[in-house]
Design a protein around this ligand. Sequence first.
Ligand code: PHE
Length: 364
Amino acid sequence: MSGPNKQYDPVEVATLDPEAVERAVEEALEAIRGAGSLEELKAVRLAHHGEKSALALANREIGALPPSAKAEAGKRVGQARGRVAQAIAWRLAELERLRDERILVEETQDLTVRVPRHRLGARHPISLVTERVEDIFVAMGWEIAEGPEIESEWLNFDALNIGADHPARGEADTFFVAPAGSGLVLRTHTSPVQVRTMLDRTPPIYVLCPGKVFRTDDLDATHTPVFHQFEGLVVDEGITMAHLKGTLDAFVQRLFGDGIVTRLRPNYFPFTEPSAEIDCQCWVCGGEDPGCRTCGGTGWIELGGSGMVNQRVLRASGIDPERYTGFAFGLGIERSLMLRHGVADMHDIVEGDVRFSRQFGMEI
Ligand code: PHE
């Protein structure tokens, strides 16, 4: 008898032996399970599923088998390779998931960390109030007039009928500009802008003069040596105190709300005659709350001074008092702000801390 007929008999080489195949699979599965990282899995894939792996070699041997043995061996090796490929795919997915989880934890950014950055500024409430007041008067057809902060004594005092012996001229209130006798002061009110306007122009005059003024007060909770006023001036034919009252009422209603009115109390100013203090009805309690902290229970809040322009001032400013009459009023902006917004300490207004300004909003 001859030996096995190589061409027809299903002779298998050792690598295709079912046990050897099963062993190769077991080894591969163990190595795959043991791969702790994607790099390790890559090496495992190369060793157990790559071209030089035992199963790849076995696969190649199939081609050399007689046809009768090919199908069986092909199925066996194919299934074995499939199991390995599947195990690699699962392990790959698992390792990728673990890697992603680790990245999420390790590379987490603490976005709440405080980094230096530019903060937004805010407009100062003095600017906001000034512009709101300007808008109210411009809407009534008035013009805005401005003048210098360093002013001549004549315009700041003499032209306004404040004589040389008037207490407001003394060193107690006024910053004089050196050298002594320069004739210049830091303006103590915005009234010299009235005189400048009247000297410059002929009536009808309807102007609002907002600006910075200076008095030798120490800075404390209610005083500041530099503060802001706005002054109104009207000079026209037939102007009376009724026009003053009507204008003030219209103004406070636009600023504080409908229904609020003013009242005038007799007073004295050298540059107006007659003169009056302006009180405004309390916009918080309307006079209804005896315990009101804004008006102190009186129902009225003092806003500033006013009156009919003194004929001597008209004359000094080149206006004919026989033909024209006028009224003027002056209000402090810091005071309005403190009353309107309950600012208790002047320091907050002058210090320029943006945290204070921001509370008044970002009106442009
Ligand atoms: N000039 C006055 C002051 O500074 C205010 C005022 C202006 C009063 C106009 C009457 C008329 O206190």
